[in-house]
Design a protein around this ligand. Structure first.
Ligand code: ADP
Ligand code: CDP
Length: 194
């Protein structure tokens, strides 16, 4: 049986950084599920049609990491049919041997409710905005507004809202370096049997 690690949390909290490091450490696959929604948003046209026809090539676009792509992703992510079209691919990925790390918003609650380990990564709004602004070379106050708007939409939607699973371990990375956050997660994964 593959070992599944589900990582959720708000924008730019450090999910992907921790997910990639865990995948490296344990030889697991890593799926950044946010990329699926970003690609659907970036494709334009009818998002339901885009989600149903999504291909590997669509995930390779170089414009998926922008703030605009994040906003478009969060709008299409509130459409139930878009989410439904992406469920099977994510669940199949979660069965990768010997294990898989998936990061997103609804991995522990909807996609992989039986994951062996669930993490919910947070950090203060200001720190998340500073880190993302640095990453994108963008204005911190503009990014702060963008993250808050997106988090509010993601948490308020009716279908698969962003929230920690009841059995998720919460990690606040506000005062942690990348190495400290990764070591904490690695320790939890080892304890869970990875
Ligand atoms: N603990 C940390 N300390 C400092 N910077 C961090 C930390 N974790 C992540 N980062 C940086 O913050 C940005 C957002 O992290 P990322 O892992 O992409 O977040 P998410 O996947 O939640 O959107 C990246 O530039 C990353 O290098
Ligand atoms: N499992 C997921 C992953 C992302 N998303 C949506 O996709 C958007 C972009 O996700 P992301 O993980 O790439 O965003 P960041 O946290 O990297 O900024 C989110 O704001 C959500 O609206 C989702 O609804 N469910």
């Amino acid at each position: 049986m593959p070992f599944t690690i589900a990582i959720d949390g708000p924008a730019a909290s450090g999910k992907g950084t921790i997910a990639r490091a865990l995948a490296d450490r344990f030889g697991f696959g890593h799926l950044d599920t946010g990329l699926l929604y970003r690609a659907v948003g970036a494709l334009g046209g009818d998002p339901i049609v885009a989600a149903r026809g999504l291909s590997a090539g669509d995930l390779q676009r170089d414009d998926l990491r922008t703030a605009a792509a994040g906003q478009a992703a969060s709008r299409v992510a509130a459409i139930p049919e878009v989410r439904a079209a992406l469920v099977d691919f994510q669940r199949r990925y979660a069965r990768t041997e010997p294990g898989a790390v998936l990061d997103g918003r609804d991995i522990g609650t909807v996609i992989c409710p039986d994951a062996e380990l669930k993490l919910y990564i947070t950090a203060s709004d200001e720190i998340r905005a500073r880190r993302r602004a640095l990453e994108l070379g963008a204005d911190e106050s503009v990014i702060l507004g963008e993250l808050r708007e997106r988090d509010a939409r993601d948490a308020a939607r009716d279908v698969a809202p962003m929230r920690p699973a009841d059995d998720a371990v919460l990690i606040d990375t506000s005062a942690l370096s990348i190495d400290e956050a990764v070591e904490l997660a690695v320790g939890l994964a080892q304890k869970a049997g990875a």
